[in-house]
Design a protein around this ligand. Structure first.
Ligand code: NAD
Length: 291
């Protein structure tokens, strides 16, 4: 079998177009333009690219974008004060503090300070709790984007065995919760899981969110499975250059899978689209407007 490639770029573009329409409708009906504030501390080159792309996508969706670029020497107290200001600012519907933060800042303290109703990354304990108990809230973007990709090839998820490799708070755990909410039987595997390849081979839906280049090979994949590769790893390539690869060895996995996401062009574009979706959602939820 050669897998169908799941086109995250196209699915994300369609979602962004739908969000832009939603923004227009919100403006027309309620005179509200959603606003997203992104806070970047320091000069991490990858973070700078992410923040620039998020700002651009926000404007393209017809929303307001606010960027706060702070020096690496910013203290935790100064950052918390900015977060509090954004919490109180009615023109801001979503607040995102770009991770990683410099070592002298406690990231949990900063994320916990974001008002849960403006927490468009979905990392606040209140939103993690809402997700765990099935209440409406703001869901982390990468897992919710991955769910959309899964549903694009298989709308009937009930009873499927999903194996998520990775148990981080931002990807693995919320991914498991979303799959559970979709009536899958969920296994969350991690670095201490015994015989990981055998576990992965049981999966109808296999999610790799590890951060290890091409760890998942074709012999880990059940015939016909849906494979979602969340990993983004920069590795050396020819002529001293580098390239991006996922956590899945694409060619061998595609020979077994029924459908598979590429890297780049799979989960990555969905993350920004779902961030915009969360911002529109936050703008509505905060004002009691029907979703
Ligand atoms: P993380 O380092 O916080 O978590 C990695 C998880 O993988 C851990 O739970 C760990 O138990 C597990 N793990 C580590 N080594 C393992 C092994 N040998 N076998 C099995 N499990 C192992 O990482 P994260 O933030 O969850 O991100 C995971 C990957 O996803 C990274 O490559 C990251 O760059 C990527 N990512 C992509 C997007 C996107 O938009 N596409 C967003 C977030 C993260």
């Amino acid at each position: 079998m050669t897998a169908r490639q799941i086109d995250g770029k196209q699915i994300a573009a369609d979602l962004r177009a739908a969000i832009a329409l939603g923004v227009d409708e919100l403006e027309e009906a309620h005179r509200v333009t959603p606003g997203l504030a992104v806070v970047l501390v320091g000069e991490d080159p990858a973070s700078q690219v992410y923040v620039r792309n998020k700002g651009k996508a926000t404007l393209e969706a017809g929303m307001k974008s606010f960027e706060h670029k702070l020096p690496a020497t910013t203290t935790q107290a100064e950052l918390l004060e900015i977060v509090q200001r954004l919490n109180a600012d009615d023109s801001i519907d979503g607040i995102l503090v770009q991770l990683p933060l410099p070592k002298h800042i406690d990231a949990s303290a900063v994320l916990d300070a974001i008002h849960p109703d403006k927490d468009v990354d979905g990392f606040h304990p209140i939103n993690a709790g809402r997700l765990a108990i099935g209440r409406p809230g703001l869901v982390p973007c990468t897992p919710s984007g991955s769910m959309r990709l899964i549903r694009s090839v298989e709308p009937k998820l009930a009873g499927k065995h999903a194996v998520v490799i990775g148990r981080s708070n931002i990807v693995g755990k919320p991914m498991g919760q979303l799959l559970l909410a979709a009536d899958c039987t969920v296994t969350i595997a991690h670095s201490k899981t015994a015989d990981l390849p055998a576990m992965a081979r049981q999966a109808d839906i296999l999610i790799a969110a590890v951060g290890r280049p091409e760890m998942v090979t074709g012999d880990w994949v059940k015939q016909g499975a849906i494979v979602i590769d969340v990993g983004i790893n920069r590795v050396p390539a020819a002529e001293g250059k580098t390239k991006l690869v996922g956590d899945v060895q694409y060619a061998s996995a595609a020979a077994k899978a029924g459908a598979i996401t590429p890297v780049p062009g799979g989960v990555g574009p969905m993350t920004i689209a779902c961030l915009l979706e969360n911002t529109l959602r936050a703008a509505k939820l905060r004002r009691g407007i029907k979703l």
